[in-house]
Design a protein around this ligand. Sequence first.
Ligand SMILES: C[S@@+](CC[C@H](N)C(=O)[O-])C[C@H]1O[C@@H](n2cnc3c(N)ncnc32)[C@H](O)[C@@H]1O
Length: 524
Amino acid sequence: MTDSALISEFLAQNALKIVEDAVKGQKTIATRSIRRGDIVLSVHPLFGFPVRPGEEEEEGSADAAEDPKAPAPVAQPEDRCTQCFQKLPQKRPRCSQCHRAQYCSIKCLNNHWKVRHYLECSTSKTAVTQQQTVDQLARRIKPAYRPYLRMAIGVVSYVERARKSKRLPEWMKLQIAAWDRLVSHKNDHPKYVIRQYSEIADVIISSDLAPQWLTKDDIVDYLCRFGCNNFAAFDSSDIVQMTGHLCSPVVSLLFNHSCLPNALFIYSEADGLQIVRALDDIEEGEEISISYIDGLRPRCERQTTLQEVYFFACKCARCAGDNTDRARIDAMMDRKLNSDEKAKQMPHGLPTDFAQTPTIEPWVQYVVKSMLSCLNNGIAVSDMDKQVLGAVENLETCDLSFVAYRHWLECQDDCLDRISAGTDHMWVWAYVASLYVLAFYSISYPPFHPLVGRQSLQCAQLAWNALQTLESSSCAGGILPLNIDLVKKMCLGAQIVHKVSGDPSVDKTSAKIMLLLEQLSEEF
Ligand SMILES: C[S@@+](CC[C@H](N)C(=O)[O-])C[C@H]1O[C@@H](n2cnc3c(N)ncnc32)[C@H](O)[C@@H]1O
C-alpha cells in the first residue's frame, strides 16, 4: 500500500478527513458527529523515551556541552520505565535479552515487547554499546538539546528499518508515512537553533550510528520537523508532570492548534498509545483541534511561543480578542503592570490570623459557581459566557491580576505545607486558595478539560476537611464561604469532567465526598 493510501485508510477508519486551509496549510475535520469524551483516534507513537534528569533546561540556555574528553561521569541510571515513563520502583523487571530496557512491572514489559521491543531488541552486548554511544554523543550537546539528539537517532533507526524491511507493523508504516509529510519550517527557525541542529547533525554523522544514505541536511531537516511537531507525555493522573518525549507524526499531521481546543491528547501509559479524545461535542464537518501549549498562559506568552516554536500567529477565537469573557480575561492578564500597580495588586500572602473569616472576591465565587452549574447541566461554553460575563465585567477594576494568581498558586503550596502543622482553619484557607485556581482553570481551559475536573475535586476535598474541622471546633458553618451545595456541585463537576479523561478514581473519590456531605448536611 502506498503512503497516501495508508493515511487515507486510517482517516476513513476514524471518520476523519484532511482538507486544505488557506492559513493553516491543512486541517482535519470530523466526518461524523463526535460526543464529548469519545476517542477520536488512538495510535502508537513512532518513538518515545522518558525525561532524564538534567535534560529539561529551557531551549537556548547558555549551558555548555560537557568536554567529551573529560573522564565520563558516573552513568546516570535511567530512573523511569521504558514503556510508561513512570518512576521505577526498587524492584524493576528488565528485558531478559538486552538487559537494557527496564520496566516498572511485568505488564509494562510484556506490552512493550508485543508492540515494539521485539523489533528493536538486540543482544545485550550490542544494546549496551549502542546506548553507551548515544550517551557519549549526548555529552557533546547542550543539555536542553539532548532529547533532540535522542529523538533524531531514534527516528533515523525507524526510517532505516522501513527502508530495509517491508514487514513492519501497520502502525509503524503509517507513522513513517506521516513523518514524511510533516512541515519542517526549515527556513523559519532562528539561526541559533539551526546552528544547534547542525552541531547535532555533525555528531550523528561522525558516529557509527548513521546509515550511509543519511546526509547532514537530512538530519537538520529531521530536527526542524521534530522541533515544531513534538509532544510531551504527561503523567495521566495529573496531566501536569512531564514524563517523556513523544514523536507521533500522525497526530502532528492531523491536528492544528487552538487555545480553546475541542480535543486533547493523552499518553495512555498502560498500553503505550497516544489517545486523542473529544473535550466537547464536535459536529460533523467541524475542525478538530488540540492545544500545543498550556492554555493557562496569558495571551502574549501564548502568541510568542506559537510564533517562535510553531511559526504562526494564532487567530483562534480566544486569541482573536472577540468580546467574550475569555478575551477580556486575556486582556487583563496581558496588561503590563507598573511597580505601583504591582504592589497594590499583590495579595500580602496568607493572613496569619487564621481565626479570621476568609473572603473570596465575588468574581471568583461567581465564575466558579457559574462554571459548575454549567457543568452540571451540560451547558455549552458559549451559553455560559452570558452568565459569566456579568462577573467578568468587573474584572477590569478587580484587584486580582495574573501576577496575583501566580502568587496564589504559591500560597496554595504554602497552605498545604502549613496544613501538616495541624491548624484547623488552614483547611479553609487551602480551600480558598484552590478556589482561585479553579476560577482561573475554568476560564483558561475548555469546560470539560480534566484539569478543571481535578481542581474541582481538590476544592471539594479541601472544603470537606474544612467543614469537618470547623464542626469539631464548633464554628458556625454559615459564616464561611463554604456552602455544602457548592461543594456537592464540585464533586459532580469533577465526575462529569473526568468521564472525558476516563479516570475512574475521580468518580470514586467524589462519590465518597458526596456521601459524607449528605451526612454532614443532616447534622447542620
Ligand atoms: C503539527 S503541524 C499541523 C499540520 C499542518 N497544518 C500541516 O498542514 O501539515 C503544525 C503547523 O501547522 C500550522 N498551524 C497549526 N495550527 C495553526 C493555527 N491555529 N493557525 C495557523 N497555523 C497553524 C503551523 O504551520 C504549525 O507549525
